[in-house]
Design a protein around this ligand. Structure first.
Ligand SMILES: [Zn+2]
Length: 432
């Protein structure tokens, strides 16, 4: 079966596009009532989307009857959009605070790999057909990415950073907050101090298969390491220059203002969280073309976990969570009007997997029109991830990453929380 599929793919690749449309590959004809084919542009009315071999063959006006042998899907009473993209997830865990710490000690690596798969499926069923995973340990997400690519399991398209990089004692030093007796159990290969060491840290992740590099210039909320800068300019520059030399983009975790500006100056491709962006930083980002990934959803995760258990986090982490809840959305209110490019990202892991669409509501609450929020989760995120030739819009030749909702997401983004149909690379995952 695998061999014949491969032979078919090779044959199709060699055929001109017009011939492919007539080819023997099984076709799916989707009748869509309304289509936001290219977010940011006016939606189309009744449309027929032809899908074959995991790709979009054509979009035709009106409801063109499906030919004999093709599968027809009726989405005439739905709004159809490109599969959504979450630029900031952590698929390996769906737990926070003390619960996460305990699971790290009690769950085996194979069990954790199943959890990673499970979180990926929650994400996919929520309409997110592509994710950028910004940090895990022990290669669980690298493995899931490969398994999805090989067609062994279902899952979103994954771009993975491997392990997040930070300086010793920084946000991603897994030993922080643990008793010294257990430090030896925690890996430290993701830590770097000084230029040569930081170059090596990037090369190590690329050698493991990382598609993107993630590092932290400042402390973090979940590690209780604070907001202050914990990296020197030359270290950030070494990390970014090395990643870029290998054709990898760089996502920088930064909360404090100095760490945000340091990352932008050093050439970061995106600022993650960016909690204290001010006007000057926003103008720097707009000028440099640096994307902002707000990850406002983290506060939902914090609030839900605290409601279930007031002692869910250690006192040091709790103090920073209270600060983060209070300041949510302020940086977006400054950055978006100043023309900073926004890419959708939730920090699922600290927030809940499968609830990725909750971020839409927060983006709109803090100043983005619904159409722009949808563009952030499709066109913009695809450009940031470098997959814009493959996904992010519904156009002939792109992957058949297609979702549908009831109602009008351009009027009310909350309808994106209830997926009625999800297709990933031509495979139906949800509905119709
Ligand atoms: Zn994160």
């Amino acid at each position: 079966m695998k061999i014949s599929m491969l032979a078919l793919a090779v044959t199709l690749a060699a055929m001109p596009v017009a011939a492919q449309a007539q080819s023997a590959a099984p076709q799916t004809w989707i009748h869509a009532g309304r289509v936001i084919a290219v977010p940011g542009q006016a939606p189309r009315g009744a449309t027929t989307i032809v899908v074959a071999d995991g790709k979009i063959v054509s979009l035709q006006d009106g409801y063109v009857p499906a030919p004999a042998g093709a599968t027809a899907i009726d989405l005439k009473d739905k709004t159809v959009l490109p599969g959504l993209i979450d630029s900031h997830v952590h698929l390996a865990s769906d737990r926070g605070g003390n619960e996460r710490l305990v699971s790290a000690m009690t769950d085996s690596l194979p069990l954790n790999a199943y959890e990673t798969y499970w979180n990926g499926m929650k994400t996919l069923r929520a309409g997110f057909t592509t994710v950028r995973n910004l940090g895990d340990s022990k290669g669980k997400v690298l493995a899931l990415k490969e398994a999805v690519k090989r067609g062994w399991v279902q899952g979103p398209r994954i771009l993975d950073a491997g392990e997040s990089i930070s300086t010793t004692g920084g946000h991603m030093d897994g030993r922080v907050g643990l008793a010294e007796d257990v430090h030896a159990m925690v890996g430290t290969e993701n830590l770097c101090d000084g230029v040569d060491d930081c170059r090596k840290a990037v090369r190590r992740q690329i050698g493991r298969g990382a598609d993107v590099i993630k590092f932290a210039t400042t402390g973090g909320v979940n590690s209780g390491t604070g907001l202050a800068t914990r990296m020197f300019d030359d270290e950030a520059k070494a990390l970014i220059d090395t990643a870029h030399a290998y054709g990898r983009k760089v996502a920088v975790h930064a909360h404090g203002l100095d760490g945000i500006k340091l990352a932008v100056r050093a050439g970061a491709d995106s600022i993650e969280h960016g909690t204290t962006i001010d006007e000057e930083a926003a103008k720097m980002m707009a000028k440099a073309g640096t994307y902002y990934v707000p990850t406002l959803s983290t506060v939902n995760g914090y609030l839900e976990r605290l409601a279930a258990n007031p002692n869910a986090y250690s006192p040091a982490v709790r103090a920073q969570i209270d600060w983060r809840i209070g300041i949510t959305g302020k940086s977006l209110q400054i950055a978006y009007p100043l023309g900073v490019k926004i890419a959708y990202g939730t920090d699922a892991g600290p927030s809940k997997h499968g609830r990725n669409a909750d971020e839409f509501e927060l983006l709109v609450k803090f100043g983005m029109p619904p159409a722009e929020a949808i563009k952030a989760a499709t066109v913009n995120a695809a450009a940031l991830l470098g997959v814009d030739k493959e996904t992010g819009t519904l156009e002939a030749g792109k992957a058949a990453d297609i979702i549908a909702v009831s109602g009008d997401p351009l009027a009310d983004v909350k309808v994106l929380k209830a997926m009625k149909f999800v297709m990933a690379r031509g495979e139906v995952i949800v509905g119709p």
